[in-house]
Write a new protein. Structure first.
Length: 266
């Protein structure tokens, strides 16, 4: 299949250098906000599918990929949401869909509460529902830190398989090549934020159409969490993707796309 990747570029927004990849170029703009250790390029195979119907912009979140990082930056939800807000404004995107996965979904929730202008819909893909007084996020911090440190020294696909045993060789190789661009400090602070920052307080304030995609075997969002979320935001639409863990498209790309298309987004 011919790639729909148009280009990669940088934009200065919210006071930092942000890097992004653009796929497709036609249709409603879709800003894809990845998770805690997922540089934009690792979402390329998903962006290719999304670009069939949308103009896709995949972000390198601060401290990841080719975007600005460093110990002088903040790595909390407000800073991340400010980056996405600044990105949308800098590119002049109108009526866009914001799709966030994991950490990216938490960022989308905070953004939707703070300033949803120019946003037509939010798609939240398996956001961690941990927070103050709640059960911890099911993945442990060493899983992230150990793999980042190994990637900094250099690792191949087979070495990465220890951390992601169900992934294809191509997916493992790409992660092995790019994981070293994920700042360890940013990862540690963000992981801590999973347990200290409360996204549930934001949900009742969301005013744009919001859709929640849940990994059927991810153990991140349980049935009782679905019930709580529905109580906080009765207008939300939810869907569970079968045969998929937390990294839904990596386990079941077809199921991810079926769920996405079922939301009937602009």
């Amino acid at each position: 299949m011919t790639s729909s990747l148009q280009y990669g570029a940088h934009v200065h927004a919210n006071g930092i250098r942000q890097h992004y990849l653009r796929y497709g170029g036609k249709g409603t703009p879709l800003v894809l906000v990845p998770g805690i250790t997922s540089p934009a390029i690792t979402w390329g195979f998903v962006a290719e599918e999304l670009a069939r119907t949308h103009d896709v912009y995949v972000l390198d979140i601060r401290g990841r990929g080719l975007s600005q990082g460093g110990e002088d930056l903040a790595y909390d939800l407000n800073a991340y949401a400010g980056d996405v807000r600044g990105f949308i404004d800098a590119l002049g995107l109108k009526d866009c869909v914001v799709l966030g996965h994991s950490m990216g979904a938490r960022i989308a929730i905070r953004l939707g509460r703070q300033d949803a202008s120019g946003i037509a819909a939010l798609v939240l893909v398996d956001p961690p529902v941990s927070g103050p007084g709640r059960r911890p996020y099911p993945s442990s911090l060493p899983w992230y830190v150990d793999s980042i440190r190994l990637a900094r020294k250099g690792m191949d696909a087979e070495a990465m398989r220890r951390f992601c045993p169900t992934w294809t060789k191509e997916q493992l190789q790409l992660r092995a090549e790019w994981l070293h661009t994920c700042d360890e400090l940013a990862t540690r602070i963000t992981y801590e934020g999973f347990h200290t920052e409360d996204i549930h307080q934001d949900l009742p304030h969301l005013t744009v159409p919001t859709y929640l995609m849940i990994a059927a075997r991810g153990n991140v969002i349980l049935p009782e969490d679905e019930a709580e979320i529905a109580g906080l935001l009765p207008s939300i639409t939810m869907d569970r993707v079968p045969d998929a863990g937390h990294m839904i498209p990596w386990d079941n790309l077809a199921g991810f796309m079926t769920s996405f298309k079922g939301f009937n987004l602009p």
